[in-house]
Design a protein around this ligand. Structure first.
Ligand code: FAD
Ligand code: SF4
Ligand code: SF4
Length: 483
């Protein structure tokens, strides 16, 4: 007998248990515990099985959410996993780190009066359970095509593309300048949001599938790096999925003092320590320090919460707008506050004090003004609003821009937008260089993991079509673009 859906009328929303803040502060483990089987089934049965499911429409992957919720509610977990993994290469990762309040769950029709279905937590539960049961298998190709693709970047976009391309029978080589697979999943996002063995588990599966990884191998014009042209001559097609890594900087008097560091340097060092690497960089450790993080996005939230776990004396987050206007997820702000982070809203740094090392930040109080052309409220400085915050570690978390690839890679014909992102043909993901495609943050600008997965999957489909198109072959048998 099948379980009736529409349970939201009688069953309240329950999220997986969150560990106590005092406990969370002690380690880098994930903060949410797993759903018990009955909880996952009950929560899935709250779905009203909408004819037009807004949750799916607002999921970047267009996941077939009502179907896998119904299957989960009926304890048909193997089928639920099959449906969910048909559209998502890494559902257990999205279930953990998608900002669901802005995507699927934020659009769930029962959200307004009954609180949404806990879609992300169910997605995570189903996939973790599928791993436990041995249902997650590498997608092996049915035949080998004899064609080869080089993927630059082992982040979610590159990995999602590699997985699809290998499944289609191509020989896939993934090159990454890092020594581990995952991109920002491994060195950016902290373990308390995404434990590292969740990423390594996927790496093993991709290797079993036959994808060949070249780790510690940069592509470009630097020492020891492989030039892009060499890679193009090695492979029939190339995908660039290198993400965006140039940190936005902050100016002003004292901004060159010691103890002022970039967010990604700080987070990478912390993630490396969690992975067991020796990191000899005391300036990237918050222990015993008064920490000020500048910025209001999710990277800033990751920094403040990392600093708490490293044993900082105090942790403050300075953001120039207010709580309602910050770009970071509301859920992450709440988690940070529970863990002891103090938010200083409407505060913009103007200068940094200290001799060699920073000792304090001089900041100015701001007020919100009228909305600008984009509809966002402008900010104006308060006269006489200067104040000082003590700090011996300042972390700049102001966002990221793309590195200038055409110059760095000696590839002047690689077209970029005015923001420095790679220009691609919208439908085909092809760059201005024949046979060279691009996907993920390097095309979109700093975005989300779920969008990187979507782009990687779509780009793989286009590369496969391109490889199968006869006009792209030459008679010598060496596969090459028709220029
Ligand atoms: P990346 O993940 O950046 O991977 C690019 C890969 O390319 C890297 O491994 C890099 O080493 C490699 N590479 C770069 N240049 C070269 C080269 N020249 N040669 C060889 N290899 C190269 N998104 C969410 O959805 N949820 C979150 O909670 C979240 N938290 C975040 C926290 C932080 C601190 C940051 C910085 C980002 C966060 N994001 C989050 C955003 C998300 O991580 C990115 O949108 C996503 O990882 C982009 O995927 P990508 O594959 O395009 O690039
Ligand atoms: Fe929601 Fe992300 Fe899963 Fe889509 S992939 S259903 S947006 S958690
Ligand atoms: Fe179910 Fe909510 Fe999606 Fe409707 S919008 S199908 S209730 S999860």
């Amino acid at each position: 007998m099948s379980v009736p859906m529409l349970g939201f009328v009688s069953t309240p929303q329950v999220r997986p248990e969150k560990r106590a803040a005092s406990d969370r502060r002690q380690d880098f483990d994930e903060i949410y515990r797993d759903f018990a089987a009955t909880e996952a089934e009950q929560q899935a049965s709250r779905c009203s099985q909408c004819g037009v499911p807004f949750c799916s429409i607002h999921c970047p992957l267009g996941n077939n959410i009502p179907d896998w919720l119904m299957l989960t509610a009926n304890n048909r977990l193997e089928e639920a996993y099959a449906v969910s993994s048909a559209t998502n290469t890494f559902p257990e990762i999205c279930g953990r780190i998608c900002p669901q309040d802005r995507l699927c769950e934020g659009s769930c029709v029962i959200e307004k009066d009954f609180n949404s279905v806990t879609i992300g937590a169910v997605e995570r539960y189903v996939t973790d359970y599928a791993f436990e049961q041995g249902w997650v298998k590498p997608a092996m190709p049915l035949r080998e095509t004899g064609r080869t693709v080089g993927v630059i970047g082992a982040g979610p976009a590159g990995l999602a593309a590699a997985e699809r391309l290998r499944a289609a029978g191509h020989e896939v080589h993934v090159y990454d300048r890092y020594d581990r697979v995952g991109g920002l999943l491994i060195y950016g996002i902290p373990g308390f949001k995404l434990e590292k063995d969740v990423v390594s588990r996927r790496h093993r599966l991709l290797e079993e599938q036959g994808i060949i990884f070249h780790l510690g191998q940069g592509i470009g014009g630097g020492k020891g790096e492989i030039p892009l042209d060499t890679l193009r001559s090695r492979h029939d097609a190339v995908l660039i999925a290198t993400g965006v890594y140039k940190s936005r900087d902050i100016g002003g008097p004292g901004s060159g003092l010691g103890g002022i560091v970039a967010a990604l340097d700080y987070l990478t060092a912390s993630n490396r320590r969690s992975l067991g690497d020796k990191v000899d960089a005391p300036e990237l450790d918050a222990q015993g320090k008064d920490v000020v993080v500048i910025g209001g996005g999710d990277t800033a939230m990751d920094c403040v919460r990392t600093a708490v776990r490293q044993g900082a004396k105090s942790v403050k987050c300075l953001y120039r707008r207010d709580r309602a206007n910050m770009p970071g997820s509301v859920r992450e702000v709440k988690n940070a506050e529970e863990e002891g982070v103090e938010f200083v809203w409407l505060a913009a740094p103007e200068s940094f004090l200290g001799e060699q090392e920073v000792t304090a930040v001089r900041a100015r109080r701001m007020r919100l003004g009228l909305p600008d052309a984009t509809g966002r409220q402008s900010i104006e400085p308060e006269e006489d609003g200067l104040f000082t915050v003590q700090a011996d570690l300042v972390i700049k978390a102001l966002g990221f821009d793309p590195e200038p690839l055409p110059e760095q890679w000696d590839a002047p014909n690689l077209d970029v937008s005015r923001w420095g992102t790679l220009k691609v043909r919208h439908e085909t993901f092809e760059t201005s260089l024949p046979g060279v495609f691009a996907a993920g943050d390097i095309v979109r600008g700093a975005s989300l993991v779920v969008w990187a997965i979507r782009d990687g999957r779509d780009a793989a489909q286009q590369i496969d079509l391109w490889l199968n198109d006869q006009k792209n072959t030459v008679l010598s048998g060496n596969f090459k673009a028709a220029e």
